[in-house]
Unconditional design. Sequence first.
Length: 268
Amino acid sequence: MEVKTQAQAQKNEELWWSLLTGEKLRRERRFFGLFPTPDTQNARCKMCLVPFEGITAPFMRRLVGRRRWERFPCYCDACENKLRANPGGVEIDVSLIFADVRGSANLAAKMRSSEYIRLMQRFYATATRILIKSNAYIDKLIGDEVMAIYLPAMSGTHGARDAVFAARELLIATGHVGEPWIPIGIGVHTGPAFVGSVGSESGIYDMTALGDTVNIAARFASVAKRGEIVMSTATCLASSIDWTTEKKHLQLKGIGSPIEAHVFRASA
């Protein structure tokens, strides 16, 4: 039984590696990429490229059986089923972005509940639009924060660059080159993380990322001031940006040693 369990775990790990790096999806992406779609956002599955829109979309739904995933419309249900049917995951190099609303408790105290909800919904809609367009996998919309992962299957070797440019676009879209309509700070980090399906035997699960890389990215967001992107040296090097940044050594909560970071301000 133990040998069988170990063999299944190894099989699942190999499957996750091929899914997250795009190796398993390469043939599907070549095939589905041949079918035309309108030049609109989310016209295809971000992972396998199956068309959701255009003249071939009904054929894909009826005969191939691939439809939008209701939870995340930028992916198809077939890709979601592959992840759900194979619990586990693998350690892989990724870039992560956390966008956090600054002073959300004070905002909520100064506004009517309905106004605050509309403000947060606008923030979520703006963030998801920008992140999905930049090839991110939206991990969580929770409280006053958005978390996204840049996977090799969708960003190739450009995950760090996609992440920092999406972060800057999000600052611009929320008005931080002037007076923001919602104050946010962003953290970005690049490194190895466990990415996989985490859940319970009852069938409640979630695809997410875990590990020090995730924790550091989250801590960067927590210390980022309004209109700032706090990113690691690893992210700066991997993204090859030449922006004007301020180098700092940050002592982050729960992290042993100070970490070198680079701070970009929207007004810079």
